[in-house]
Design a protein around this ligand. Structure first.
Ligand code: GDP
Ligand code: IMO
Ligand code: MG
Length: 427
């Protein structure tokens, strides 16, 4: 089974970075296929915490090839910082490949994201303000600039001038903001391009050749199912495809190449940013989870909204990505509560709703229906095997398996790479 896709089964921050790093040990290549530096993936190895935004979470194994695929929107300044940061952290070898087809996220995308969120006021999406939406919008509008465009300086300059002609009108005339000059942008972009030039490649070719040669490839999704532009809680979504299908488009592989999809889910639910959240806890239990789990955004530091586990969402993720195996994280965080609740379905008036609705108006009328279970003790972080899990925690996991009709393959009981319990051999 050569290729495995890791997807977030909720609203992001499920622990994809941790699970990718854990599984990366057994593969040859790790590929990011969508999103940009809106992602914040945390890896903890031997007590040291690393935060990644663009570079795949396989980077802590020097021999693994790490690929930034064509589906990623690439902010070169952020990539430059991330390379410096990883060097400072002691990462010596960058076995990195960057797609020549990846779109560039440029300073005007960031500014447009900010001014657009300000304009929307209380109707804002709650974006990370990293320029993600405007960069993907340009890609779709066919006015984006790509990594391959940087190879020819004169032509890049001309393309940038053309893009700025439109962006500056928008910034200046609609938003009353200063625009950008070509020279302001081009110096930094060309400097970083010189640094990353050796990494630039036709990454679809690189990945497909690796699979042909029998190498194992792991695709690391960013964000999560409900942030998917097509299948998420639109318009409170990101502008890419975090679901497993996104790996095909964002890496340039065919669906027949994918052997397995692993869905990463927390043992509860969080969301950062605005939009609906049926099982959100606005009481002291929600605050307790946030404090105990230090639930603050990896990228923006915003407090994450916390709530009970919603299995309507996880079932939806299983369906839309073809998840065959679940990785449940943060079982330790929920430890110490007397009773835990799991949303099994919704109720709308006297109607049972078992499938996640498309319309946010419908969703707003859905009340979560809970099953209450016994809690388990707080000290799970020293466990080394599934058999040692308290009975109540095992009952919780069994309910997840039953109601999603999906096996749990990994259980995470702490932040460290080693605090991961494997139920079945994942590879
Ligand atoms: P990602 O975006 O899906 O990679 O997730 P983030 O890194 O943004 O957020 C997940 C947070 O949970 C990070 O701080 C991780 O170190 C942490 N984490 C992951 N798994 C566990 C776990 O099993 N227990 C605890 N306590 N923390 C975890
Ligand atoms: P990782 O990969 C959680 C959310 C934002 C906002 C919406 C749109 O770490 O799981 P954007 O900046 O993408 O236009 O914002 O998506 N969002 C995330 N939430 N984890 C992420 O990434 C996210 N990336 C974007 O908060 O609600
Ligand atoms: Mg994150």
């Amino acid at each position: 089974m050569p290729a495995t896709v890791i997807v977030g089964a909720q609203w992001g921050d499920e622990g994809k970075g941790k699970i990718t790093d854990y599984l990366a040990e057994k593969v040859d290549m790790v590929v990011r296929y969508q999103g940009g530096n809106n992602a914040g993936h945390t890896v903890v190895v031997k007590g040291r915490e690393y935060k990644l935004h663009l570079i795949p979470s396989g980077i802590f194994y020097p021999e693994k090839v790490c690929v930034i695929g064509n589906g990623v929107v690439l902010d070169l300044e952020v990539l430059d910082h991330e390379l410096n940061y990883l060097k400072e952290q002691g990462v010596r070898s960058f076995n990195l490949k960057i797609s020549d087809r990846a779109h560039l996220l440029l300073p005007y995308h960031r500014r447009l994201d900010e001014v657009d969120e300000e304009r929307k006021g209380k109707n804002r999406i709650g974006t990370t303000r990293r320029g993600i939406g405007p960069a993907y919008a340009d890609k779709t509008a066919r006015i984006g600039l790509r990594v391959c465009d940087l190879a020819d300086r004169a032509s890049f300059r001309a393309k940038l001038a053309m893009a700025l002609d439109e962006k500056n009108r928008l910034l200046e005339r609609v938003y009353g903001q200063p625009g950008f000059t070509v020279d302001e942008i081009i110096g930094e972009v060309e400097r970083v391009y010189e640094r990353i030039r050796p990494f630039v490649a036709d990454t679809s070719l690189v990945i497909n050749q690796a699979i042909d040669e029998g190498r194992k490839v792991l695709f690391e999704g960013a964000q999560g199912t409900l942030l998917d532009i097509d299948l998420g809680t639109y318009p409170y979504v990101t502008s890419s495809h975090p679901i497993a299908g996104g790996a095909c488009i964002g890496a340039g592989i065919g669906p027949t190449r994918i052997g397995r999809v692993v869905g990463v889910m927390k043992s509860y639910t969080t969301r950062v940013g605005d939009g609906p959240f049926p099982t959100e806890l606005l009481d002291e239990t929600g605050e307790w989870i946030r404090q105990r789990g230090a639930e603050y955004g990896t990228t923006t530091g915003r407090p994450r909204r916390c709530g009970w586990l919603d299995l309507v969402i996880v079932r939806y993720a299983v369906r839309t990505s073809g998840i065959g195996l679940l990785a449940v994280t943060r079982l330790d965080t929920l430890g110490g509560i007397d009773k835990v609740k799991v949303c099994t379905h919704y109720r709308k008036g006297d109607q049972k709703v078992a499938e996640f609705p498309a319309s946010l108006d419908d969703l707003a009328q859905c009340q979560p229906v809970y099953e209450e279970l016994e809690g388990w003790p707080a000290d799970l972080d020293r466990l080394t095997s599934f058999d040692q899990l308290p009975q109540a925690a095992r009952a919780y996991l069994s309910l997840v398996e039953d109601l999603t009709k999906t096996k749990i393959g990994l259980v995470s009981v702490g932040r460290e790479r080693t605090q991961t319990l494997a139920l079945t051999e994942a590879f």
